[in-house]
Write a protein that binds this ligand. Structure first.
Ligand code: ATP
Ligand code: MG
Length: 782
């Protein structure tokens, strides 16, 4: 062990030194500090040191122990500083005050507690040295930062910078800076114990930088405070002026409050609610008119008086009228219109009869929202609409408490306010896209809204008083019922709208969309023509959708082009299927999109998404390899599993299909499903996957004019699937001639002649029936 030398005197440091605990300071080498010592035991140690080397070991106490309590050895850190006692003065209270200067760091290997004294066996605390060249840049940084600190308002002793700029030794620089910082005990002790030079310098550098940041922020806060003070004074002055002006004009706030009190008397609400509102009015009167609180209360009262308390519209229950309105607005949708007429009939017989909550479910653009609007019109009810898409916070439905800054009532109260009656028809759009997160579950709040037992006293947190929603007629719309919670689904009557067939779309366009677009663009009575052929062309080659939203948009586009031509050139253009691309750009879909050619490994599958049906190609290809299966195209887990099941089926029946068994070990199989944007999951691609796989293994091309859907089990049975109606419509849209579907789904299409017209549907129960049809027979010589 290196012998420890007193750096001041170059004399050896004794092995055992008296210990002086320090309470609220960590003393670094070179630091000079006064310490007050009251403990007899410690004073005895100091006295002993004074007679010998004058050295003591300063050890910081871990927790702040107040001077009365005795310090145990366990309370002391073991790394401390050896210090010389420079001066000792007796204080009248009985203790001593010593002035010490740190000499070097020391490590207490052992702390020895004797009856009358506290000693430690001391060893040198070695700093792991680094190459001076490596340290130089860091030293330069530290000096620069220390310089900067002075300029950002940090006060050091006056000659700090002069001394620092002259220093070269890294250890000394570290100790010197440390002795000037306001560190807390833990920080200081940690730095004292850092045994690597480089690390120590890094830590100091970071600390200094942080200090600068803090100093800068403090400075900023100070100056902000100064500014806002001035602003507040200015505002006060302006407000006083405003008040004076108002008084001159006779627009005193007092009047506003009187008016409110008067209106409250007229309000048809219960006494309880009246009391609450009155409380708020009084509160407004008491608060300074321009304070934030007054604004909050005023907004609240404004809402209260804007709500249609007790205002109701009379329902028009004339069935013939309703029928007329519904037919005027929408083509087809017979079942749904019937259901609505049923509802009106019940109302005729029983005024407060059972009012179901209807939920329209179907692909986008199929008229769900607009149907709701039309029902409101036929009943003569006011109409309001709110969308729950992406609503995650329960407060969006139940409102925020008013204590919140920027608090608002929930969507229902807002919608009622807008609608202006207590019995409007409210359309709740995108019920399926309601979310949930840590701020509560909005669908639980919806349950309350829909519950006839509870919605008579619907409580909105912002409103703070109950509001009667029981007379509201709710109509919800959704693209799928899968994501709607079970209890919510239970409270509604689900009415499904499927996509439209091309013929229906043509009729909708002719009877509704074109007329609407013409009226909206001011082209009435100007003789603009949009022929059936043009509409057909748009439906086939510009929009392949389940609903008619794109179709409507494109017809509007044509009308606006025509309006422009009329204004600019004075003539109306004639649209033909051939010249459409001049207005609308190149056709988005071409008729031969699906590929009319029969190919090996490529089959047409049918998928169902919330956007309606889709035709998907499934591609399988073999390449030399070792029997690996690769799946690409962003497939979901269930789809991946059905691909594996299909491969297993093919292998199990290799002989039957005439597959050379060797192929399974000498080739890799790659299955790909293009169309990245369509989510692909579910088991319904089973038979399609198998078809592609077998085609790849046997080189038999697949008939391109077939599309199929069906789950496959390992016995080869074709299991039922969902969304068949939409899938058939998609097949028709895409010009498929034959659709293969599970026989167990046959009931799905009963009575749907509109949909099944013009397409050949083949019902199957075993996969062999599929393969016989779609795979071309083996050709000799291949
Ligand atoms: N059968 C129909 N007859 C006349 N117009 C229709 C018919 N179906 C839809 N439309 C029109 O198509 C447009 C789109 O309909 P709407 O906005 O109601 O769709 P949606 O079903 O609510 O779709 P989303 O699920 O995207 O909300 C509307 O202008 C609507 O009037
Ligand atoms: Mg809608």
């Amino acid at each position: 062990m290196n012998k420890l030398l007193n750096q001041n005197t170059q004399e050896p440091v004794p092995d055992i030194l008296p210990v002086v605990p320090t309470m609220d300071v960590v003393v670094f080498p070179h630091m000079i500090v006064p310490l007050l010592v009251l403990d007899e035991k410690i004073i005895r140690g100091i006295n002993q040191a004074m007679q010998e080397s004058k050295l003591v070991l300063l050890l910081a106490a871990k927790n702040f122990v107040d001077n009365q309590g005795a310090i145990g050895t366990g309370d002391l850190y073991h790394v401390g500083t050896i210090a010389t006692i420079m001066r000792i003065i007796k204080v009248p209270e009985g203790g001593v005050k010593i002035l010490v200067q740190g000499v070097s760091k020391g490590y207490a290997r052992e702390i020895i507690t004797q009856e009358e004294m506290l000693h430690a066996r001391v060893e040198k605390f070695e700093l792991e040295q680094s190459d001076l060249d490596e340290l130089t840049p860091q030293i330069r940084n530290i000096k620069a930062v220390a310089e900067k600190m002075a300029s950002s308002g940090y006060t050091f002793s006056p000659d700090f910078h002069i001394i620092l700029s002259k220093m070269q030794d890294p250890d000394k620089i570290a100790d010197f800076i440390l002795s000037h910082l306001n560190l807390n005990i833990e920080q200081a002790q940690q730095l004292l114990e850092t045994s690597n030079q480089q690390e120590l310098l890094d830590a100091i550098y970071h600390y200094l930088n942080k200090e600068i940041e803090v100093a800068e922020i403090q400075e900023k806060i100070k100056s902000n405070a100064r500014e806002s003070m001035n602003k507040a004074q200015k505002e006060f002055y302006l407000r006083e002026q405003l008040k004076a002006i108002k008084q001159e004009l006779g627009e005193d706030d007092a009047e506003e409050i009187d008016i409110m009190r008067e209106s409250l008397k007229q309000l048809p609400v219960s006494d309880e609610i009246k009391t609450e509102i009155m409380r708020q009015i009084n509160r407004l009167e008491r608060t300074a008119p321009d304070s934030l609180e007054a604004t909050v209360t005023r907004n609240y009262l404004e809402l209260i008086f804007a709500l249609p308390w007790g205002k109701k519209t009379e329902d028009n229950l004339d069935i013939q009228h309703a029928k007329k309105v519904l037919d005027e607005d929408h083509y087809g949708l017979k079942d749904i219109k019937d259901r609505i007429l049923d509802f009106i009939s019940i109302r005729n017989l029983k005024k407060d009869g059972y009012a179901p909550i209807l939920c329209f479910v179907g692909p986008p653009g199929t008229g769900k929202t607009s149907l709701g609007k039309s029902i409101a019109r036929s009943l003569g009810r006011k109409y309001g609409r709110l969308s729950l898409g992406g609503v995650k916070d329960e407060a969006e439905i139940r409102g925020h408490r008013r204590t919140y800054v920027g608090a608002m009532p929930g969507r229902f109260i807002q919608a009622i306010r807008k609608a202006g009656s207590t019995n409007p028809l409210l359309i709740i759009d995108e019920l399926d896209k309601i979310g949930a997160d840590f701020r509560g579950d909005p669908s639980a709040a919806m349950l309350e809204v829909f519950d006839p037992q509870q919605n008579g006293t619907f409580y909105d947190n912002y409103l703070g008083v109950p509001f009667d929603l029981s007379e509201v007629m709710f109509i919800a719309t959704a693209n799928t019922i899968d994501t709607i919670s079970e209890p919510l689904r239970d409270r509604m009557e689900i009415i499904e709208l499927s996509g439209y067939t091309p013929e229906e779309k043509i009729n909708i366009a002719k009877q509704h969309l074109t007329a609407k677009a013409i009226a909206d663009t001011g082209l009435e009575n100007r003789g603009i023509q949009i022929t059936d052929e043009v509409i057909q062309e748009i439906i086939l080659n510009y929009t392949r959708e389940s609903g008619v939203r794109q179709l409507e948009r494109i017809i509007r586009k044509l009308c606006s082009k025509a309006a422009r031509a009329l204004v600019e050139k004075g003539t109306l253009p004639t649209f033909t299927p051939e010249n459409l691309d001049q207005c609308l750009g190149p056709r988005k879909f071409l008729e031969d999109d699906l590929g009319v050619e029969d190919q090996i490994g490529i089959s047409n599958g049918l998928a169902w998404t919330t956007y309606g049906g889709e035709v998907l190609k499934i591609e399988a290809v073999l390449m030399p390899g070792k029997g690996k299966l690769t799946l690409t195209g962003q497939l979901g887990d269930v789809m991946k599993e059905s691909a594996q099941a299909a491969v297993s089926y093919a292998r199990a029946h290799a002989k039957e299909f005439g597959i050379n068994n060797k192929l399974f070990n000498t080739t890799d199989l790659h299955i790909h499903i293009p169309s990245g944007a369509i989510p692909k999951d579910g088991p319904s691609a089973g038979i399609t996957l198998l078809t592609s796989i077998l085609s790849a293994y046997t080189n038999r091309p697949i008939h391109a004019d077939y599309a199929m859907t069906g789950e496959l089990n390992l016995r080869g049975e074709v299991m039922p699937i969902g969304g068949l109606k939409e899938k058939v419509l998609a097949a028709k849209r895409n010009g498929v001639a034959h659709v293969i579907a599970p026989g167990k789904n046959k009931n799905d299409l009963i009575g749907m002649e509109e949909i099944t017209k013009g397409i050949d549907i083949i019902w199957v129960s075993h996969v062999n029936e599929v393969l016989e049809r779609v795979l071309e027979p083996i050709q000799k010589g291949k």
